[in-house]
Design a protein around this ligand. Sequence first.
Ligand code: PRP
Ligand code: MN
Ligand code: MG
Length: 182
Amino acid sequence: MHQMTDDIQEVLFSEERLAEIVSKMGAKISEDYKDKNLLLVSILKGSVVFMSDLMRSVTTPCSIDFMAVSSYGSGMKTSGVVKIIKDLDINLKGYDVLVVEDILDSGLTLSYILELLQAREPKSIRLCTLFDKPDRRTVGIKADYVGTVVPDEFIVGYGLDYDEKYRNLPFVGILKPEVYGG
Ligand code: PRP
Ligand code: MN
Ligand code: MG
């Protein structure tokens, strides 16, 4: 039987390592937002696993909401167009918004979201990403919280997909190039 793990060249972050990174981020966020009105905004689908772990590492009261956007579709490269698939339910006025992303790559998705949400006049807005690939940035954007910097490899797992698959891998690994015809 074909296993997802057969398609992985190398494990970059084990479940244990991811748990360490995420709990450290949660502790920092809890400290920084202890007197604020925190709203965690998860950008679906990629951030679903990170969000569910991060929110349980946050010890201060917070609200959560979700927004679904897509710029990659099934391809390997960003299409350059960010499509909103599901918008937020909560009105951002009075909230200290923290946008939760799985990966900051070209920066296109986050810069689009940041501009869109800023226009809704939250009390404050900051960005949090589990992974940062600074080498690939085409838009001038920086996250306020970064779990870890990653090399310019095609990584999957822990929410990150290739062609909508591998999101359910509990670790993060490099996809074998033959899987995407590379
Ligand atoms: C991926 C990833 C980030 C974005 C990062 O999302 O989850 O949201 O791309 O890339 P960028 O910095 O170059 O914009 P994708 O569009 O693949 O949608 P998904 O989260 O549903 O997989
Ligand atoms: Mn995404
Ligand atoms: Mg994707």
